[in-house]
Write a protein that binds this ligand. Sequence first.
Ligand SMILES: Cc1cc2nc3c(=O)[nH]c(=O)nc-3n(C[C@H](O)[C@H](O)[C@H](O)COP(=O)(O)O)c2cc1C
Length: 148
Amino acid sequence: MKILMLIYSDTGNTLLVAKKIKQEMETKKNKVIIVMVPKKSINEKKVMTFNIVDYDKIIIGSPVHAFSLSSVMKDYLNQINEFKQKEIACFVTQQFSKSWLGGNRAINQIRKLVNNKNGMIIKTGVVNWSNKDREKQIERIAIDFSNI
Ligand SMILES: Cc1cc2nc3c(=O)[nH]c(=O)nc-3n(C[C@H](O)[C@H](O)[C@H](O)COP(=O)(O)O)c2cc1C
């Protein structure tokens, strides 16, 4: 399968998780491309360098900012024309150790934005960076997402 990963990462945590997922997927013969969402001012147009129809599945990853989905990813998803009924897995990373401190809300925001653009969320994940089981969480998401 051809997989498109749309990743926003300010300080590298989300990208690290994305790379782990990519690695796991590639062991299963998938072709995975990571597209980094640029950090730009809210009104500036962000360039789409890919065509959604070229991919079988999509993975979206973003940090949690202020108990919500990062505004960069929010703006980016709002700009996408449509997901053409593609199946989409999404994850967020956050500093706090509990997902109810922003992570779950951010996932729900992605779900809503994706639904609005005619996409289907099929898997979700949250990585809690200060959780003692962070490495296990990352590993679990990498394996779980590699089976989409
Ligand atoms: C402006 C800002 C706001 C943040 N707000 C939250 C928050 O509300 N809850 C939380 O758990 N972490 C919060 N964080 C921490 C990030 O979500 C966390 O470090 C994340 O893993 C960063 O991902 P990145 O390295 O891919 O940017 C915030 C970080 C920044 C810079």
